[in-house]
Design a protein. Sequence first.
Length: 319
Amino acid sequence: MILHVRFRLEPQCEALLPQLIGLLGQFTPVVQAEPPDAALADLRGAVRYFGRGPAELAAIIRVRALALYGVDCAIGAGPNPMLARMAARCAEPGTTLLVTDPEDFLRGRPVGALDGVGRATARTLCAYGLDTAGRVADAPPAVLQRILGARAGRDLWERARGTDRTRVVPNAAARSAAAERAFPRDELDRDRQRRALLSLAQELGARMRAEAQVCRALTLTVRYADRSTTTRTRTLREPTAHSATLTSAVYALHDGLALQRARVRGVTLRAEGLTPAEQAARQLSLDPADEKSRRLEQAADRARARFGPGAVVPGSLAA
């Protein structure tokens, strides 16, 4: 049985995720982090070892997370990762939803709820009347293969019937990275907010380059004085870790919010879709200014590696 645990973490508390992963590790060594606020745990061995069912173990995990870290969670349990994720999305905070009959659980679910089905694929399937997982499961595989292609159609047909061949991978590479800035007081000044965003873009860019990674998208979360938040995501033109590109993208996200006189308490920037830099293609630029910027960035990275992260910073942050 697989658990998918969704912790209710505020953006400024995402640093607790490694400790919460350690909590799950007390029950099973097969734990896969899913930043920023979730994890998968394979409890098949734990059920036999502790002599308790998955619902009982889930209740213990929830109580310990709340008692030790003050973090509530919603837990989904199912025979595979896909069903566990879907159950966790349907579970209310502080509860566990256990899937014992995959066919019954999936039949009325919208097709977009299945793993691997994005908006475009969902629209295509709905145009053919395949708007629920049950209807997809009842359709002949050959029909889905004509609509989506041989492999994608077969995979979707299996998922609609509750089959998921993926496994929980312990110590899997992180798929996202985040950085957060909290203001000492509620901040209304737009320029100070942009300085914080510049600092976040520089930090994430340097971190990704040090780990030879690039990101495909950026997500900006703005936290206000009343504790409400606004989140926006932008897909980049190409995977990158170039700080100048990241800065331009986060500035555009910030401008799109049109905050005006909003009282901002903090901002969080997340780099999504991390992949190894060697696997990403980059469009060659004929702009000498861009090439110069990248060479300066490489020199700055070497200086930071030798003298520390504060050795080189943009002039507007040093002021």
